[in-house]
Design a protein around this ligand. Structure first.
Ligand SMILES: [Zn+2]
Length: 174
């Protein structure tokens, strides 16, 4: 894998600065989104909205996922602010090893579950993506391996997705 900084003729410091700005914006955005979703939920309780309707909204807003994303972006931001470097090139053996790991090893809570399809072009209101090693959507037919899946689910770069799959032993990538 080529170093993108060299390809585009920018310094690592410059790239790191851009990423930090992005992460700050992203964290602020997610925090606001979570904040308002929670307020709406409380207001609905006060207004006597039915449990099913509230659960449906909660599910659609996917607050747990937003919170996970916030944590991940926040962790990366802190790591970068402390001078950490995410941009080490990955060797092929590590990538191959990561690819072998079943999705449910990364997300034990998803084991044997149907989830909302991760295909951005498929509004999957009734979850039809099944996790069994890889992920497969019974509606649109998309299939994702563990690396694609983690990249989409957590909006991570390829490198950071591999690091996430390989766990804390593989550097600290948030
Ligand atoms: Zn789908």
């Amino acid at each position: 894998m080529k170093n993108l900084c060299d390809v585009f003729g920018v310094t690592k410091e410059w790239a790191n600065g851009r990423r930090i700005e992005y992460l700050i914006d992203k964290c602020a955005e997610l925090k606001t989104e979570i904040y308002f979703a929670r307020i709406e939920f409380k207001q609905d309780i006060a207004n006597g909205v039915s449990v099913m309707d509230r659960l449906f909204k909660w599910y659609m807003a996917d607050i747990p996922l937003l919170e996970k994303q916030l944590k991940r972006y926040g962790d990366e931001l802190l790591f970068r602010l402390k001078g950490g470097d995410f941009d080490n090139d990955l060797d092929k053996a590590t990538i191959d090893k990561a690819r072998e790991i079943p999705i449910e090893d990364v997300y034990p809570e998803l084991k044997g579950k149907f989830i909302k399809c991760l295909n951005p072009d498929h509004a999957d209101n009734r979850p039809s993506m099944y996790i069994k090693g890889f992920a497969y959507c019974f509606s649109c037919g998309k299939r994702y391996n563990v690396i694609d899946f983690v990249m989409l689910k957590e909006e991570l770069s390829f490198n950071n997705a591999v690091a996430r799959i390989m766990g804390d032993g593989y550097g600290h990538m948030g």
